[in-house]
Design a protein around this ligand. Sequence first.
Ligand code: RI2
Length: 295
Amino acid sequence: MEVRGAGRIARAAAEALMDYAVSLDAQSLDEFNSKIERAAEILLETRPTAVSLYNAVWIVTKYKVSELEDARRSVVINAKRFIDNSERAVEKIGEIGSRRIRDGDTVLTHCNSMAAISVISTAFKAGKNIQVIATESRPRNQGILTVEMLDEQGIPTTLIVDSAVRSIMNKVDLVVVGADVITSNGTLVNKIGTSQIALIAHEARTSFMVAAETYKFSPKTILGELVPIEERSSEEVLPDNSKYKHVKVYNPAFDVTPHQYIDLICTEVGAIPPVMSYMIIKEKLGWELDELASS
Ligand code: RI2
């Protein structure tokens, strides 16, 4: 949990693989490949939900070479390119998504998404007079990180508890959230609480936008795989529950928002309706079904 945010997790994994490849002691290409494969497995085990991690590891470890030193070079080149593209994607999402924010709008965001914050701050830097409402995002309160970041930029922000969303939705013009995973049919998996915000926005006819790099789309969902939802420690919710004999804590970190509640997904290659998600997986991520089935 030291690295948080789906994009940051992906970049950290790419960097870790790069550093490991540079210093890895191997006598043959086979030995290098199997050590990199093991490192990739260890990284993937750290977070079951965020597909950004899976895509980053896949992109960085995809090379076809016959010499050991070429393999080492490939990992370094792939990782650097991934990190660079990922940072540029966040900027581009800001440019594209901010066009949806009008002067005078109130924007609600949840948790701490760099992609969503990029949309908000790009609109603010363009001179739009906006207000932000940020949820606390229990149980780890990542909303506090968001308000800190917005405050540093001078963006007027109101912090609310998660359960105040319905009370305030009539004052909101647009909801912007990030993504941990987007499936092939445009379903969103994001920080717990996102789906009830989407439902409330839908009821109030408030637009709901997702800001997500293309590597947040999950290729495996084309094969029908379900997205595993990480359940985190009970101590995040109740620091000491040993005094209760009949109480347990259920603490899922993410929830599922159906595509019907999403107006738009803003990626670095354009703003798309959720039903176009399949195209992103096929054309941008370039996955082939047989490759997927064997990975
Ligand atoms: P960026 C976070 O989850 C939040 O759910 C956020 O919406 C999502 O990652 C995307 O964040 P966690 O990994 O990649 O902190 O846009 O549990 O920064």
